[in-house]
Design a protein around this ligand. Structure first.
Ligand code: ADP
Length: 448
């Protein structure tokens, strides 16, 4: 922008300069030639009075030395006839443009025509007409254009260098701001204000951004606090409701009534799971999710979890494949089971109409990798990196499947606390979720 403006301003400046200079050059030329015509006219008075055209020609021939740019010089009598004329050697014949009759001077195709009346004691005896070539004007114009071009290029280069320096200063800060914004939106860490001690518009932008981050952080803290308190307060009455329901279920003999109680209990269990997830989220947020580390056999945990889950999942068959992991690992068994159950229930929930879910296990030297694969609706590539975010649900699922977008967020936290990894890979049909647990490290931690 700066370069463009500078070039534009300079261009306009040069154009105005060249136009003005050319005009004043032309005006000077006209004045000079009229003065010359005046002198020629005065000198020619007697030649006209005595009809001495030889002398008149001599006067005109002198012009060759005085003003070599004159191509034609003519003395006309009052009737407009040629009395004497001069033509520069090599020049073509004189063509007076018709429009010249009215004016004292006229520019036509780089030529100047001037005329001046020859007057003696108030009586017009004739007139002098000069035709002048303006080759020096061409020369001046050419050198002016050259100079303008050189100055323009130099100014362009200079403005460009300054622009780069200024742009680097601004864009460095803008790029930093943009990167921080991206980072904040990716990580959700709103507690890192950007430091900037400038006093320009970018600083104002940075300050506004810092204020916004502060506000978002405060709102988030309030929301987290609310979720924590609300889920805690809901937990106690729900436990009590669940207890009474179970009692009612035992006491009720009538099969039709029992069905209602069981339906109610199913919904209570759903609520229980939601409250548990909300409590977990609020613990993760406040850094209070603790792991109860213990030792257990991973194979048994997998088999038991799959078996108990299979009892409630009657639409799909859960198949176990892969290596037998005969490994006692150090981890929080309940939390690992929670991750597995979340992946299994997602696999079933998001593959309606399908009949299989595969749990594949692989043991490498450093880690155990567990894969839960379904043949369901899949996850669009552009949404895969978001699904581990809190409350994130893919566009295709939110309208058709129940859920809160908390399970994977909690699962990721649990697995990363175990120094493991959790990720998703799109399949030709369906989705595969993986999580890994380090073998050696866990063993070391357990013994340490
Ligand atoms: P919820 O299932 O309660 O919405 P999750 O955190 O478990 O929450 O999952 C987050 C989102 O990831 C889901 O809403 C869904 O859009 C997507 N998702 C998870 N697992 C699968 C899967 N197996 N197939 C397709 N989409 C899935």
């Amino acid at each position: 922008m700066l370069v463009f403006t500078s070039v534009l301003v300079l261009g306009i400046f040069f154009a105005v300069f060249i136009i003005t200079d050319t005009r004043s050059f032309k005006q000077r030329k006209v004045d000079d030639m009229i003065s010359l015509a005046q002198v020629v006219g005065t000198n020619s008075i007697s030649t006209l009075q005595f009809d001495d055209d030889d002398e008149a020609r001599k006067i005109l021939a002198e012009l060759h030395n005085v003003a070599p740019a004159i191509i034609h010089a003519v003395i006309l009598d009052t009737a407009g006839r040629f009395f004497a004329s001069y033509t520069k050697p090599g020049a073509d014949t004189l063509h007076v443009p018709p429009e010249f009759n009215e004016s004292r001077s006229l520019f036509v195709d780089e030529r100047l025509f001037v005329t001046h009346d020859i007057v003696d004691k108030g009586q017009v005896l004739g007139k002098v007409l000069l035709e002048v070539e303006l080759s020096d004007l061409q020369q001046i114009k050419r050198s002016q254009f050259q100079l303008a071009f050189i100055l323009l290029v130099a100014a362009l280069g200079f403005a460009f260098l300054i622009a780069i320096a200024i742009q680097q200063y601004f864009s460095r800060r803008l790029v930093y701001l943009v990167n921080t914004m991206k980072e904040v939106s990716r990580t959700g860490e709103y507690n890192k204000p950007i430091a900037d001690d400038g006093k320009d518009e970018i600083s104002i932008l940075i300050n506004v951004f810092n204020d916004l981050m502060k506000q978002v952080k405060e709102t988030q803290e309030k929301k987290d606090e609310f979720i924590g308190i609300a889920s805690h307060e809901l937990k106690t009455p729900l436990t009590s409701i669940k207890g009474y329901m179970e009692l009612l279920n035992l006491m009720e003999d009538k099969e039709s009534n029992k069905q209602f109680v069981q339906k109610a209990m199913e919904n209570v269990r759903k609520l229980e799971r939601l409250i548990r997830d909300l409590l977990d989220v609020s613990k993760i947020q406040s850094g209070q999710l603790e792991l109860n580390m213990g030792h257990f056999n991973m194979d048994s945990l997998l088999d038991e979890t799959i078996a108990s889950f299979q009892m409630i999942a009657n639409t799909h068959q859960i198949i176990r494949e892969g290596d037998c992991i005969n490994e006692v690992i150090s981890a929080d068994g309940q939390r690992i089971e929670q991750v597995l159950i979340n992946l299994l229930s997602n696999a079933i929930k998001y593959s309606p109409g399908e009949t299989q879910v595969i749990v594949h296990t692989q043991k490498t030297e450093r880690e155990l990798v567990i894969k839960v694969r379904d043949f369901g609706i899949g996850i669009p590539a552009d949404e895969q990196e978001n699904i581990f975010e809190r409350f994130y649900r893919t566009k295709g699922t939110s309208a058709h499947f129940s859920g809160f977008g908390l399970g994977l967020y909690i699962a990721r936290d649990i697995i990363t606390r175990h120094n493991g990894r959790i990720w998703v890979e799109a399949q030709e049909r369906g989705t595969a979720f993986y999580f890994s647990l380090p073998v050696k490290k866990q063993e070391l931690q357990a013994t340490g």
